[in-house]
Ligand binder design. Structure first.
Ligand SMILES: NC(=O)c1ccc[n+]([C@@H]2O[C@H](COP(=O)([O-])OP(=O)(O)OC[C@H]3O[C@@H](n4cnc5c(N)ncnc54)[C@H](O)[C@@H]3O)[C@@H](O)[C@H]2O)c1
Length: 325
């Protein structure tokens, strides 16, 4: 569906497109199959760092089977929340693969929140225990909300959320959000250890720091749990990456790239990629007592695939503003 101009979709338009979490998870699963067969183009994301503890990443991807191409240009600025601005912001450009012309420019923050949570939920489907009941959340911002939404789609037995945020007000707001949207008990933890100990899955969604300041200790993680650090290696100690029974990622090549530039130094062995587990080529969880770490760094593929679905829906609903070439 191509138009004679660039369709601009604001954050509200993106949200109003009505793409559901179930649709996003299912699209992520499909796209990961394409990734497994290497029927995609997605170079490791380059980034610039205009301020300390700030990044702007370029994330291009082309998916031949769907014939879609695009790039996400996404920033994370640690100081933004103090200025009343979002930590994560960005835009995504979709291109017509035939001509290269941009067909849409859209806000990328909603997509980033939803697709990151969808990948975690899919990882958890294969790597967490099936009887998962409790979720530990550290960093109660945007991702903490979308992660609960995505996990609730996959796991029907969730009973408890243990949450912690360094900013008390954010913790309380998050607890209210959980109570009003889910039928789960919420524990407002007074320290990160309380949120992590005893949880079946732990999501750490604190800022990505240029110099990691490990706070969480792998020894706090109980047997059988899944650790999901979405803040790269900013929050967890080195044992989290060197001592899990198994360690997986959404993209081996990207993880190796980050190791080369000095991150994730403690990782000794990568047991496989999520796409290999989905295809049944590698086993995810093989022992109920294993402690597993999954390092998902974010896939441009998924951004572009989700954006393309949003674009299709937005055109049908007549959303956005058509900008002239
Ligand atoms: N891996 C991926 O694919 C991916 C994708 C998107 C975002 N991210 C990362 O996820 C993280 C969260 O993003 P977000 O949009 O939810 O940000 P956000 O600003 O909405 O939330 C971050 C929360 O962490 C809290 N926090 C900060 N330092 C803390 C600490 N030391 N202990 C406990 N809480 C602390 C903040 O108060 C805030 O509530 C960021 O690091 C972001 O870069 C990763």
């Amino acid at each position: 569906m191509k138009q004679s101009g660039i369709l601009y979709l604001s954050a509200k338009d993106v949200e109003n497109s009505g793409l559901s979490m179930i649709e996003i998870i299912s699209s992520v699963e499909d796209i990961l199959k394409e990734k497994y067969f290497k029927r995609i183009e997605m170079p490791p994301k380059p980034g610039i760092h205009p301020r300390s503890d700030a990044f702007i990443h370029a994330m291009p991807a082309f998916i031949p089977r769907m014939d879609i191409a695009g790039i996400k240009w996404i920033a994370g600025y640690l100081q933004n929340p103090e200025k009343g601005l979002p930590y994560i912001s960005g835009i995504l450009v979709l291109n017509d693969p035939e001509t290269g012309l941009p067909i849409s420019v859209m806000d990328a923050s909603w997509i980033t929140a939803k697709r990151t949570a969808a990948i975690t939920a899919l990882s958890a489907k294969h790597l967490a225990r099936k009887d998962l009941e409790s979720i530990g959340i550290v960093g109660c911002g945007v991702q903490a909300r979308s992660h609960l939404e995505a996990l609730s789609v996959i796991f029907k037995g969730i009973k408890k959320v243990r949450a912690y945020d360094i900013v008390k007000e954010k913790l309380f707001l998050y607890a209210d959000y959980v109570r009003s949207n889910f039928n789960y008990d919420v524990i407002e933890s007074t320290d990160p250890k309380e949120a992590i100990c005893g949880s079946d899955i732990i999501i750490t969604a604190t800022p990505i720091l240029s110099k990691p300041k490990p706070i969480a200790k792998f020894e706090w993680v109980k047997k059988g749990s899944l650790v999901c650090p979405i803040e790269f290696d900013s929050y967890w100690d080195s044992n989290t990456f060197s001592k899990p029974d198994r360690l997986f990622t959404d993209d081996v090549m990207q993880l190796k790239y980050y190791k080369k530039i000095g991150r994730f130094k403690a990782i000794k062995r990568i047991h496989g990629e999520l796409s290999e587990i989905i295809m049944g080529v590698k086993k995810g969880r093989i022992n109920e007592a294993h402690r597993i770490t999954v390092v998902n760094l974010g896939l441009a593929l998924v951004d572009v695939a989700v954006a393309s679905q949003i674009y299709e829906k937005a055109v049908k609903k007549n959303l956005g503003v058509l900008l002239p070439y």
